[in-house]
Design a protein around this ligand. Structure first.
Ligand SMILES: Cc1cc2nc3c(=O)[nH]c(=O)nc-3n(C[C@H](O)[C@H](O)[C@H](O)COP(=O)(O)OP(=O)(O)OC[C@H]3O[C@@H](n4cnc5c(N)ncnc54)[C@H](O)[C@@H]3O)c2cc1C
Length: 391
């Protein structure tokens, strides 16, 4: 049976996130976008309110929210500020490999401290020479006695300058492609690990993005996640779990873009009439609403499949659909919303340009739109079972 009714607990969680986003995040979102400061204070408040590290299970002190619960929260936050949302919820990306691939001892050691105080976890697959092609990671490791020694450069690492902990993906020296990759928990204060200056970006300026440099970084064997050679699979399993959240971010941002556009259209006059009376403007807003409904449904479905632990590849494809269509439609919606603002949409003093800049990232990080299409088409050509059999 299909049921789109949220539970009372989910409605309460959504309301709590909405209030926090409207009262604490929205009023200062322009400030952090303009200054590029890291919003530590506000993130600390989100942490205190129990709106961070959503996926940490109860037995490790976390709120134990499912994927569907999480996307409700994330939509509200990103409707207020996409950059802060990325800063806050990248922890769930960093934590996922520990939750999915960590031993009981690793979970007991690394998860509870995150719930007690504000600590940041960064996820690092990307490098200066690769992002999409995860099997092409060059950052290397070698076993030396009870330790692994890591060398290489990571790039584009969200919250890199603020991370207390990194989950770093590296390749056994001399290995090839997928099978040689492993994942390690690396505390930020480990000797030999350093970070670069915050990278200046088009949008998401309230989130820090940095290079991470590893020079003979000694990681104890007990910090290896899962087993050697499982790094690629762990990264892919992580994305299945986290891509619905990008669909939710896209939904939240698109919702705000639509609301700004409607509000503007009700006030602006041209040819002696409110522009909201023009069919062309009404059509654009109607399309926005319909697309937002569609991407929210795709996001909820993907999140639900993750919660149901649906067969890996079907959840994988659903997550890619939510991320792909979410990102593409959010870009289209915010482009039309800016169009409704006319010339004012192009000015810094109006909020819509920030949303326009922020939306672009959804088509790039956690797998570009081209990579989501690759995931979906690979399923279609290899596994999809056609309904019409007689070709
Ligand atoms: C602000 C920001 C934050 C980020 N945060 C993180 C983070 O926290 N951790 C992390 O590990 N990474 C992070 N990333 C990196 C991000 O995941 C990569 O930028 C992304 O995966 C794309 O990789 P790339 O930039 O190397 O582009 P490339 O992989 O070089 O791709 C370039 C172009 O080619 C296309 N392309 C590549 N391969 C194919 C193919 N097989 N078929 C069709 N088209 C293809 C791509 O879609 C893209 O259009 C972040 C990036 C940004 C911009």
């Amino acid at each position: 049976m299909i049921n789109f009714q949220l539970t009372d607990d989910q409605l309460a969680l959504q309301e709590k996130a909405r209030e926090f986003a409207l009262n604490e995040v929205l009023p200062i979102s322009q400030h952090y976008d303009q200054t590029g400061e890291f919003p530590r204070k506000i993130i600390a408040r989100a942490h205190k309110a129990g709106l961070m590290n959503l996926g940490i299970p109860k037995e490790y002190g976390g709120p134990d929210y499912g994927s569907l619960d999480s996307v409700l929260v994330v939509e509200e936050f990103s409707a207020a500020c996409a950059g802060m949302t990325t800063s806050i919820y990248v922890n769930d990306l960093g934590l996922a490999p520990i939750i999915l691939g960590g031993s009981e001892a690793q979970k007991q050691k690394w998860l509870p401290p995150l719930t007690k105080e504000l600590r940041f976890v960064s996820f690092a697959t990307s490098e200066p020479g690769m992002g999409s092609d995860v099997a092409g990671i060059k950052c290397s490791y070698e076993r030396k006695g009870d330790d692994f020694i890591l060398n290489g450069n990571k790039f584009w690492i969200t919250n890199g300058n603020h991370a207390d902990l990194f989950v770093i993906f590296a390749r056994q020296t001399g290995s090839e492609r997928h099978t040689g990759l492993s994942a390690f928990i690396v505390p930020a204060d480990t000797e030999g690990l350093s970070t670069g200056k915050p990278l200046k970006k088009l949008g998401h300026r309230a989130s820090d993005t940095a290079a991470v440099i590893l020079r003979d970084v000694k990681v104890p064997a007990e910090n290896l996640l899962s087993t050697e050679g499982m790094g690629f699979l762990l990264a892919m399993m992580t994305f299945v779990k986290t891509r619905p959240a990008i669909g939710a971010m896209a939904t939240g941002l698109a919702r705000s873009a639509m609301e700004y556009a409607i509000n503007f259209a009700k006030q602006r006059e041209a040819f002696g009439k409110k522009i909201s009376s023009f069919q062309a403007i009404q059509d654009m807003t109607a399309d926005m609403y319909a697309r937002i409904e569609a991407i929210r449904l795709l996001t909820w479905k993907a999140a639900w499949m993750v919660d149901q632990k649906t067969d890996g590849n079907l959840a994988n494809v659903a997550s890619s659909c939510a991320k792909l269509i979410g990102a593409e439609d959010a870009m289209k919606i915010v482009t039309d919303a800016l169009q409704i603002y006319g010339g004012k949409g192009y000015l810094e003093q109006y909020p819509i340009q920030k949303l326009f800049r922020d939306a672009k990232l959804y088509q790039i990080y956690e797998g570009t739109s081209q990579i989501q299409r690759y995931v979906i088409s690979r399923y279609l050509f290899k596994e999809y079972n056609p309904i019409m059999k007689n070709f």
